[in-house]
Design a protein around this ligand. Sequence first.
Ligand SMILES: [Zn+2]
Ligand SMILES: [Zn+2]
Length: 272
Amino acid sequence: MAMAVPNRPVSIRRPWRFWARQLAWAGVDIVFPPHCAGCGRPGARLCSACQSTIQDLARPLCALCGYPLLRGSGPACRVCLGGRRSIAPLAGLRSAAFFQGPLQQALHRFKYKHDVILADTLGERLARSATLADVPAGLVVPVPLSAERLAERGYNQAALLARAFAELRGLPFTTRGVRRVRHTPPQVRLNAEQRHANMAGAFAVEGSPPAGRTILLVDDVCTTGATLAACAAALLAGGAQAVWGLTLARAPYSGALWARDRARAAPSSAPA
Ligand SMILES: [Zn+2]
Ligand SMILES: [Zn+2]
């Protein structure tokens, strides 16, 4: 159970590929000196002071959705235990830290300002997070972008993050196996129910699906888990044994989004 795991960063090993990229990035930094995404100070993309403010989600965590629990409230949160929705079909969902402060600013720069060099710093933060200590080993797969979004952005931020995570944890990594078959509208204004409806059927397996394997599905941010759940459904339909969702950041209001939906849909009903 998640709560029994000691709150220690996971040990990682930087392979030569990771070091080689660091060397290349150092060369880029000489030509274009970086500024911190969090505080704007020159010298680093995400300075050590800002990195130190990115705290792991506080234990105890829900054994299913990985959201922080009130102390002594049991193994899973009320949304997972009694809600009309759960993180299903994900076997578990874990995030390193809340989507706020310097992490939010760094992810914004990484995703929308084409600062792909941040991928290794952020991937290392995910790989070291103690919140992932109870996640089993598996094949690391990033949540794919639609062809339209990929053409527009030029890279899949989840894939860069997942690659760094897999390298540092010594896990196998692939971008094949699942693809986005439907371009979905942005979800910012949607509630949890609408997000799940928006994402349903958005993914399909392709090529040789990872049959019989545990998949660690990586994305940058998770709000309600709708995207990860839809992608996991496709992977499971393709024969995956189990799919865990891993994200660097978790929207701090994700529990509230579910609770609000539940209250509106069934104000007096017993948990399903
Ligand atoms: Zn800073
Ligand atoms: Zn939960």
